[in-house]
Design a protein around this ligand. Structure first.
Ligand code: SF4
Length: 419
């Protein structure tokens, strides 16, 4: 097994091969996530659009952009502040009232849209908290971090995941303890004004049975807001907690085991390895997937750190147990332990996401059927349709997904009614 590269290891793809044709939105998203985006002085984008939230989900946040496409628009959170961005050949320009990304290698230009900052971001909850400290938009999803500061950050010897900066932000950009009422007010505003359909409740490690902290929010969101609710928490050994969450109406779970290779899991996720162990992630993922059915649970991983072959195996495992793979491209965040680690090579990432597509197609995984869910930090399986060959099997799979989307509309409408 190859040894993990040490932090500070440098890989140079500063002289990349220019693409010989325009990139499709998925390829452009991969390029942006790997190389970052320089922003020309002509752009007033930081004033007009969603503010940068440097610690969103503990994975870092850049500039939210929409890449228009023929199959679907693709949302991306482009890194703009990390060191590696300086070398990026991708430059954002303002051109006659439009934003365009110029690829300086080929001279090709791509029109992009910047979602504007919603009015509720500047408003306060009834208890006087800025709504943007309660929840943030990531793509078209409302993300709410709940619970206390992740215990991996507060352990006697820090056990935080080495890529994460989440523990640096709690209580700074975000309220530490959020009242249910504040979350409901914010979610209602985001639903009415931004049209969100999905709220993701995230949390760092909260101790055994920490999932219980989600329940009051989950219950209130389902009863008073009427939206799909996903939960991304560390796994529980007591699986009856997932049954309770299902009774309260949870729509999806995601489990972030990040690395499939056990050596990388131990090295870069010391808290998850020492306190939980990989098998607890797998047991919880499989339990929820069996209970909820195909395509309702996500296995979340990070690509670009462990060998690509391990990432491919992780994708196969996730799909084999009926879950969908949400693959984040590693971002060496400023302030994290891995800040000097190299950003991944885009050509490796294209291989990874082709594999996501192929694996989902081979298992007929229903992806992208819920309305208006666009994720900007990772490539959704439905983004990878742009990477598919145009064979008969591909057209059949994509038509199957289109039909399913249509058929499942009444189901999702009923899930989004207040209860
Ligand atoms: S579990 Fe890991 S990624 Fe999540 S907040 Fe804690 S340290 Fe960060």
């Amino acid at each position: 097994m190859p040894a993990p590269p040490s932090e500070g290891h440098d890989r140079d793809f500063a002289s990349p091969t220019p693409p010989d044709r325009p990139m499709n939105p998925a390829e452009l998203k991969i390029e942006l996530l790997c190389r970052g985006l320089r922003v020309d002085g002509s752009c007033r984008i930081f004033e007009d659009s969603l503010p940068l939230s440097p610690t969103i989900a503990g994975l870092g946040s850049g500039l939210e952009l929409i890449l228009p496409g023929s199959k679907r628009d693709v949302w991306v959170n482009a890194p703009v502040i990390e060191n590696f961005v300086e070398k990026s050949p991708l430059l954002l320009l303002s051109d006659q009232g439009e934003y365009k990304i110029t690829d300086e290698r080929s001279g090709l230009r791509y029109r992009v849209k910047a979602p504007s900052k919603p009015a509720w971001y500047d408003r306060y909850t009834p208890t006087g908290v800025p709504m943007s400290h309660i929840a943030t938009l990531q793509g078209t999803c409302l993300t709410v971090n709940v619970g206390e500061r992740c215990k991996f950050w507060t352990a006697e010897h820090p056990l935080n995941c080495r890529f994460c900066t989440g523990g640096l932000s709690t209580g700074v950009e975000e309220e530490q303890e959020k009242s249910v009422e504040d979350v409901i007010e914010t979610a209602l505003a985001a639903k009415q004004e931004s049209g969100i359909t999905f709220v993701q409740l995230n949390g760092g490690y909260q101790g055994a049975r920490g999932l219980r902290k989600v329940f009051p929010y989950l219950k209130a969101l389902k009863q008073k807001v009427g939206c799909l609710v996903g939960v991304q928490f560390n796994p529980e050994r007591d699986e009856s907690l997932y049954d309770e969450a299902l009774t309260l109406g949870v729509d999806s779970f995601s489990f972030c085991f990040e690395f499939y290779n056990p050596e990388y899991f131990r090295r870069y996720l010391p808290g998850k390895a020492e306190v939980l162990g990989r098998d607890v992630f797998f047991s919880a993922l499989e339990y929820c997937s069996r209970k909820m059915g195909k395509g309702r649970v996500a296995g979340e991983i990070i690509a670009g750190v462990e060998p690509v072959e391990d990432t491919m195996r992780a994708i196969e495992y996730i799909v084999r147990v009926g879950a969908y793979p949400l693959v984040c491209i590693f971002r060496p965040l400023t302030g994290s332990v891995m800040q000097r680690y190299p950003s991944p090579d885009p050509s490796d990432m294209v291989r990874v996401f082709r594999h996501v597509y192929d694996t989902c197609r081979m298992h007929n995984l229903p992806v992208g059927t819920a309305p208006n869910i666009n994720v900007s930090l990772s490539l959704q399986p439905e983004d990878t349709f742009y990477l598919a060959p145009e064979g008969i099997a591909d057209r059949t799979y994509q038509s199957f997904i289109d039909a399913l989307k249509h058929l499942m509309r009444p189901y999702f409408s009923s899930r989004m009614r207040t209860q």
